[in-house]
Design a protein around this ligand. Structure first.
Ligand SMILES: [Zn+2]
Length: 236
């Protein structure tokens, strides 16, 4: 009986969402597609698996590395292809801020036209949402943008946005425009603009200390790397 390791749904962005080990399940996955990702440079092979407890799972292979599970959702449609489109869209959406849209290479489920159509719909949805929410922009959104944290609306709700987490991790903070509040469930931090400013300051100080200790170490060895030299020159 094919079952899921956890009944949680979502796209795996870090170790906190654990879909279990698939090493012994690899032959239960079906080939889905090849795409080029990360500036069109890297070939990703995708596979899917439908479980007897009604989940669809998406896995990928990159370079010579082993297969890794990247997303899992309950089956939502009667038609398998609709379920595949759903999980593929969720996966693209989650990684969009980091790697952009994938480029179609090959698939046994989609034609190139179908895949490009899915991407186009996602792009169109973004334009519609962006136009709809322009009037909802708030001081917190402006602040996030000024800090280059790429705030953007999440789903269809104009009051609910996400942005890059300032911790530098591969996850997002949630932003509510109703009271200009933000929060990160992973980092366990939340607040309004002042708390965000304070946190960014803490992160900056920590980073500076890290670079300073590297500078000291490299100075002792008598060989300064160009990265450190650049940092040192720009520090004052
Ligand atoms: Zn965080």
């Amino acid at each position: 009986m094919k079952k899921v390791f956890t009944t949680q749904e979502g796209v795996k962005m870090n170790f906190r969402l654990d879909f279990g080990d698939i090493k012994n399940l690899i032959n239960e996955f079906q080939y889905l597609m090849d795409t080029l990702e990360i500036m069109g440079d890297i070939d990703f092979k995708y596979f899917y698996r439908v479980t007897d407890d009604n989940y669809i799972q998406l896995a990928y292979k990159m370079d010579k590395r082993g297969m890794e599970l990247c997303a899992q959702y309950k089956l939502r449609y009667d038609n398998l292809k609709e379920n595949i489109i759903f999980i593929v869209k969720e996966n693209i959406e989650a990684h969009l801020p980091y790697i952009g849209f994938p480029i179609f290479q090959n698939s046994v489920v989609f034609t190139k036209e179908e895949f490009d159509g899915i991407i186009q719909i996602m792009k169109d949805e973004k334009v519609v949402i962006t136009e709809k929410v322009k009037s909802y922009e708030t001081p917190l959104i402006d602040y996030l943008r000024a800090q280059k944290l790429n705030p953007r609306p999440k789903g269809g709700n104009p009051n609910s946005w996400v942005a890059k987490c300032p911790c530098g991790g591969n996850h997002q903070i949630m932003v509510s425009n109703l009271h200009d509040e933000w929060g990160c469930g992973y980092c366990k931090r939340k607040g309004k603009i002042p708390e965000l400013g304070k946190w960014l300051q803490e992160i900056k100080i920590k980073e500076d200390q890290r670079m300073l200790s590297r500078f000291m170490k490299e100075s002792e060895s008598g060989e300064l790397s160009s990265e450190i030299l650049h940092w040192w020159v720009n520090r004052y």
